[in-house]
Design a protein. Structure first.
Length: 465
């Protein structure tokens, strides 16, 4: 774990001291269960809890000789517990401790990741409502398309992170199993009651068939879910990076007092945080292929997965945890430039309304092919040479024969594009997304009233003649 990209809360889950604490709890809870069954004296189980201690340096020293980490831990534990230590690890195998511990750590990591997503969701919700009706240009292929609002953009990301939260909950559920089943998982030397007891105490559930190891399809799914969430982080980060480009400058990361953007160019204000998020997302996704390859272990058990998980477990969770909180901070402090958004909307003289003109001409009786040809001809001229799209169309006889000046001008109403903002927000935020008294275009209201709808149709038909 690199301290630069590590939050203390997540790092603590993967510290050696915490790992040995979990190992001890697994062993001690197993002793309690064995005592309940009468396999070991109850006094011995109490003695394990009372005297149980360990020393990391001593464990490391023993492991250098034994070449076995669990044996090294048990040996050191016995040095503190004394004679009662002979009852520790009764009928268990190393994977019972290692796999159960790993899953405890992954569950606790998932809880922190879910909390991180909750912070992102809160930030997105606040800013989405703040900019609910702020007009901005929507882009496809990086090219101006049609108007949208910055609030709709953020609401879309909020919906995506709602799904991200569900994925992390599913990942947590997937990996929250316990194995205390002994060699090759047959419970030959340990009662299944012990597994059920330990699972309950550790906040897990028994693995149906552990074969000495917990099946790694669970872990593969866990890391795959993390990777998808990381990609959602990157998608939002890339959006902000594009909006911060000098040619766009619609939004940018907060630039704090005293911050420097470049060692060479004092004017620079670079999107370093969101670029960092792209890099962190790549690191999280890099865990997926090794996790998938861990699924195919030999027979009942091998340890080819072990070295992989010692790396990807801490790294993927630490990096995603850091990324989520960094992203939340970026959103919370995001600087937005409404004037620049409007300038970009108007940059091509109203070309963003071309579809409305196309549709109006077809509704007025012109074939789609002819309408497209006429609208595109004027649009391309404006694109290449500049000018005003509305004025160009007002000088086109084939258009003015079918659309009155007022009708044509109405097609350039920016507010037309925002009549369903409440509908979109309600889908994302529920009833809270509806703004009381939000103005709706008359045409939208007319569709709800059959009599007015018929009158509108007659009016349009008359105009077409």
């Amino acid at each position: 774990m690199i301290p630069r990209y590590t939050r203390p809360e997540m790092a603590a889950i993967w510290e050696p001291e915490q790992k040995f604490r979990i190992w001890f709890e697994i062993e001690a809870h197993a002793c309690d269960a064995q005592a309940q069954l009468g396999v070991i004296p109850k006094a011995a189980a109490r003695e394990v809890w009372r005297k149980g201690k360990w020393e990391i340096a001593r464990i490391d020293a023993i492991e250098r000789e034994t070449k076995h980490d669990v044996i090294a831990f048990l040996t050191n534990l016995a040095e503190y517990v004394g004679p009662a230590a002979r009852f520790v690890h009764q009928g268990m195998t190393s994977s019972d401790v290692l796999d159960t511990c790993l899953n405890v750590q992954l569950v606790r990591a998932a809880d922190l990741l879910i909390a991180g997503v909750d912070r992102v969701l809160a930030a997105l919700k606040e800013r989405a409502f703040e900019f609910k009706l702020l007009p901005t240009i929507g882009r496809s292929h990086g090219i101006h398309a049609e108007p949208t609002t910055f609030g709709i953009k953020l609401a879309g990301f909020h919906a995506e992170f709602q799904r991200a939260r569900k994925r992390l909950v599913a990942a947590r559920e997937e990996v929250a199993t316990c194995a205390i089943s002994g060699a090759v998982g047959t419970f030959a030397n340990i009662d299944p009651f012990v597994e059920e007891w330990v699972a309950k105490k550790m906040g897990l559930r028994p693995e149906p068939v552990s074969t000495q190891v917990i099946p790694r399809d669970r872990h593969a799914a866990y890391f795959a879910h993390l990777a998808v969430v990381a990609s959602s982080v990157e998608r939002l980060a890339v959006e902000i990076r594009h909006l911060q480009r000098s040619e766009v400058m619609e939004a940018e990361e907060f630039f704090s007092p005293g911050q420097k953007g470049s060692s060479a160019m004092p004017h620079k204000r670079n999107p370093v945080l969101t670029e960092n998020l792209t890099g962190l997302a790549r690191l999280v996704r890099s865990a997926v292929v090794p996790a998938l390859e861990n699924v195919a272990l030999w027979h009942e058990r091998d340890i080819s997965h072990s070295s992989v998980e010692r790396g990807i477990g801490p790294d993927a969770t630490v990096h995603l945890d850091f990324a989520l909180h960094r992203l939340a901070g970026v959103i919370e402090k995001l600087v937005v430039y409404p004037d620049n958004m409007m300038k970009n909307l108007d940059r091509f003289g109203g070309l963003v309304h071309s579809q409305r003109v196309l549709l109006a001409l077809t509704q007025a009786g012109m074939s789609r092919e002819d309408a497209y040809r006429i609208v595109q001809r004027h649009a391309l001229r404006i694109w290449q040479h500049g000018g005003d799209f509305l004025q160009a169309l007002q000088g086109e006889p084939e258009v003015t024969r079918r659309l009155r000046p007022a009708q044509l001008k109405a097609l350039f109403d920016l507010g037309y594009h925002f009549k369903h903002v409440d509908t979109i927000f309600a889908r994302v935020f529920g009833r809270e997304g509806v703004t009381p008294g939000l103005r709706r275009p008359r045409k939208a209201a007319a569709r709800k009233q059959p009599a007015r709808k018929k009158a509108a149709k007659r009016k349009t038909a008359k105009a077409g003649r």
